[in-house]
Design a protein. Structure first.
Lengths: 336, 336
DNA sequence: AACATCTTTGATGGTCGCAGACAAACTTAT
DNA sequence: ATAAGTTTGTCTGCGACCATCAAAGATGTT
């Protein structure tokens, strides 16, 4: 099969120790000897076995990432950023889509544990108890969970401030003169969905605006869910002048549905999304939305992870990220 | 740290061999003994070390995937399908975005080799010679490359039939009465871009339609590239009645730009995309596009991969996938 | 010149956790 | 008592790292 360190040593006429040392630059070796080693390695197309190495040094330089689904553009962008950070830090990323299935999640958790990844990034944004208990079984393994909060002192948590994000959205609409505002959100089993609804409710109350019951709709954070949500909204006896939508994917579905029904955005209906996915700048019209700092999120996740890997005994940190409003063209001002 | 097989053996009062055998069901062990082993494993929270195992059995049950960027929705969807297949087959997927950088690609190639992944899926769709030579250095490693064709007999290749896809698109436009057709394509350093252009040219010729030079635009397969491409197209002295766009991401950018300029789609301008990404159904209007069978692509890639892993000596296969047209609402018929 | 001491460089063998070839112990049958 | 079957154990090696040891060369001392 592939050459081992022994083969290289043999060919270079030195000991394996020497080979190891020149390859890892772990102590001084005579120039000439180094040269011989390099040549031998080259000739044999030698690639040191990370698995043997890992067995000895007890780390694998790989991280697992548990994510609901990368089909959602927000997650896709986040994974992209995480991958970039991992690469920069010399880690490999093993991608695990849970598809929201407990069994798949558990199975992956088991695999990752056995493969001895150095840590696990969790981005499932569900606060389901059963998942939770799966996770704590792995307590020994460094973990940072984003967008979700098992109240455990030994995992690090990173959260976007979703209730603030919702406030920002509503404030913007109010400033533009909107009073009749609807909401299409994600499934309440997910923390961000819950928080965004909460923020919506709060902000509406703060602005002294009435909330019409059939104008707050729970959907699923997917394209199709947005479409369905909008259809439901359009079937109401009276229509709002604006709608805040829990994420950009649903916003896209919703806008498509509205426009198919002949509704002009933003003239007849304003919409604000959430996430600021890349493509939301290319909607027709470009979407006004709440930005989640994905790059920052990924960076924090990885740096926190690495800190924890290097110092496993420290207490769990909790990091809060601040969203901000990105104004584009999907909200119109209402004249008084 | 974590318990080893030895600890389990000790606690269960048996040899490590027995533990190994009951855990792997690799030979008969008396019921009672099994029970003791399971209990011991449970009590110690034992998770067998896949790294030690891999060292011994010489496989890692993980695959590497080299992909330009998962920011592109098409790749994101493909990766998603690939991940599903991997999971089903008991493999882990390590995600490697090359971002089109040779250095990153090489670095990842090295890492994957050292980590002893069982195979590498390549989806860079560049036919750059330098990348090519990086790859053949890894000749020993099972590889299936999609969307790209290093003419090497020892790697498997899967291609979508992009020239046919382009034909389909143009035929559809022609059938709807279009004669003035433009094209915005991807960078010609990528094979699919090249093939789609080729198909466009062929199909136009077949339909006896003239090709206006400034109506064929080379862009970059990104959202923004589509936008820029459309801007360029709109600056032409005369406008086409339809445009075929090399992928859905660019189609989105292009449509957004056109609509921002007050152009009605499809009334004033028809557009056909390529890829049939999930979200293209939610454009305004929903996009007529060429479907690439992503699920099938992923399945073929993985099954081919596994075949090759099990039988490394076989000759390289070449598999061609057929695209098909998905009609939605972005093309209008032109009355004669 | 001969010996001691220090420095530079190379070799040896144990270890990580597991699998599996080989074989031993213990039953039961003949 | 021997053969055949059942159940379990011993031992080596996978490929790298590393602490320890050893040899050779350099320098100093008498």
């Amino acid at each position: 099969m592939s050459a081992t360190i022994k083969d290289v040593a043999l060919r270079a006429g030195v000991s394996t120790t020497t080979v190891s040392h020149v390859l890892n630059k772990t102590r001084f070796v005579a120039k000439a000897t180094q040269e011989r080693v390099f040549q031998a390695a080259e000739a044999l197309n030698y690639a040191p076995s990370a698995v043997a190495r890992s067995l000895k040094v007890k780390n694998t330089k790989s991280l697992g990432m548990l994510v609901t689904t990368t089909l959602n553009p927000f997650f896709a962008e986040l994974v992209n950023e995480v991958e970039k950070c991992c690469y920069r830090e010399g880690y490999n990323l093993v991608l695990c889509n849970t598809d929201g299935e407990l069994e798949k999640t558990n199975s992956y958790l088991r695999m990752l544990t056995q493969k001895r990844v150095d840590g696990i990034l969790v981005m499932c944004s569900a606060y389901d108890d059963s998942l939770f208990s799966s996770l704590i079984g792995q307590r020994n393994l460094p973990m940072v969970v984003m967008d979700w909060g098992p109240s455990d002192d030994y995992v690090d948590r990173i959260q976007d401030n979703s209730v603030k994000g919702a406030h920002l959205a509503i404030q913007h609409l109010v400033e533009q003169g909107h009073k009749r505002i609807a909401y299409i959100g994600g499934p309440l089993t997910k923390l961000p969905a819950k928080q965004r609804l909460e923020g919506f409710l709060e902000a509406m109350a703060q602005a002294n605006l009435a909330i019409q019951d059939d104008w707050v709709i729970e959907s699923d954070f997917e394209f199709e869910g947005g479409k369905l949500g909008m259809r439901q909204l359009l079937s109401c006896s009276s229509l709002p002048s604006a709608v805040f939508i829990g994420n950009d994917a649903m916003a896209m579905g919703a806008m498509s549905e509205a426009q198919l029904s002949g509704i002009k955005i933003p003239q007849q209906l304003s919409v604000v999304g959430y996430d600021n996915c890349m493509y939301s700048a290319y909607f027709s019209p470009p979407l006004t939305t709440i930005n989640q700092p994905k790059e920052r999120l990924a960076e924090l996740a990885i740096s926190t992870m690495i800190e924890r890997i290097e110092n496993p005994r420290q207490e769990g940190k909790m990091i809060m990220l601040e969203p901000n409003l990105v104004v584009r063209a999907s909200v119109s001002a209402i004249p008084f």
